[in-house]
Design a protein around this ligand. Structure first.
Ligand SMILES: Nc1ncnc2c1ncn2[C@@H]1O[C@H](COP(=O)(O)OP(=O)(O)OP(=O)(O)O)[C@@H](O)[C@H]1O
Length: 242
């Protein structure tokens, strides 16, 4: 399987602080790659580097066959990359369908086609019953799904999910798992940052662990859960038995 998105030797400095220090990461086509790490580890910075929101101090980013280092987000979107934001800000007075059409208009200027695409996305996310509701009436899980729907409506090959489970109850975040699996099964490759550990463990094919701006570990969920350095980074103490 080839890499759909890769960051190679990425470095990002903010003044004297090195937020990302020589990180190489690959998202394979058809996979879900999870990025985890303690607070301040550099997850958001890495995400912003890969999605064009900030430029790397050093290193390169490739999307499929394109070198895209430093390209702005809208250019990356045209090449098939879409992302969600942690802070969900829908157009409150517009309906759910209209909000999603903001995304699907990027694929088609024809309003009937855009509406059709938006409805397909809402069906995939299990939101058909919310189609005509004003976005402001949505509950938190609804808001989170709408954020995913807006990104998905742009027709990406690769979707970057920024903490889509944050702010959800355990029951609500569990209900998001099959939704994300369905998106992957529809042929969209996924890169996700998540603090909700059971979710990232259940969903990811591979996990990258960041710590102090560097890659501490990479592997399958089982390998990561059994990695003493990862446990230590999270707990701040040596794991039991060492
Ligand atoms: N724009 C910025 N200017 C200066 N420092 C920044 C900037 N963005 C991030 N940082 C710093 O870079 C480091 C990594 O931050 P980042 O937000 O990427 O971590 P994170 O793993 O996403 O953390 P969290 O889990 O708390 O969201 C932190 O020390 C942070 O203070």
């Amino acid at each position: 399987m080839s890499a759909l998105l890769s960051g190679t030797g990425l470095v990002r400095r903010f003044g004297g602080l090195t937020a990302i220090n020589d990180v190489t990461v690959e998202v394979r086509e058809g996979h879900i790659l999870g990025i985890i790490g303690p607070n301040g580890a550099g997850k958001t910075t890495l995400f912003n580097l890969l999605s064009g929101f900030i430029k790397p101090t050093r290193g390169t980013v490739r999307l499929a066959e394109h070198e895209v280092t430093g390209l702005r987000p809208h250019r990356l979107n045209r090449l098939g990359l879409a992302r969600t934001f942690q802070l969900v800000k829908p157009f409150a007075r517009m309906s759910v369908l209209e909000n999603v059409m903001v995304g699907s208009y990027r694929l088609s200027r024809d309003s009937r086609e855009a509406a059709q695409r938006a409805r397909e996305v809402l069906a995939l996310l299990g939101m058909e019953d919310l189609t005509d509701r004003p976005a402001r009436e949505l509950t938190m899980p609804g808001m989170k799904r709408l954020e995913v729907a807006r990104a998905l409506a742009t027709g990406p090959r690769l979707l970057l999910l920024d903490e889509v489970m944050s702010g959800l109850t355990p029951t609500e975040s569990k209900a998001m798992l099959p939704v994300i699996q369905r998106i992957r099964d529809s042929g969209v490759t996924i890169l996700m940052i998540e603090h909700v550990m059971h979710a990232i463990m259940a969903l990811s094919d591979r996990i990258v662990v960041l710590h102090h701006g560097s890659k501490l570990a990479e592997g399958s969920p089982d390998e990561i859960a059994a990695n003493p350095a990862v446990v230590e980074a999270y707990l701040g103490t040596a794991p039991l038995g060492r």
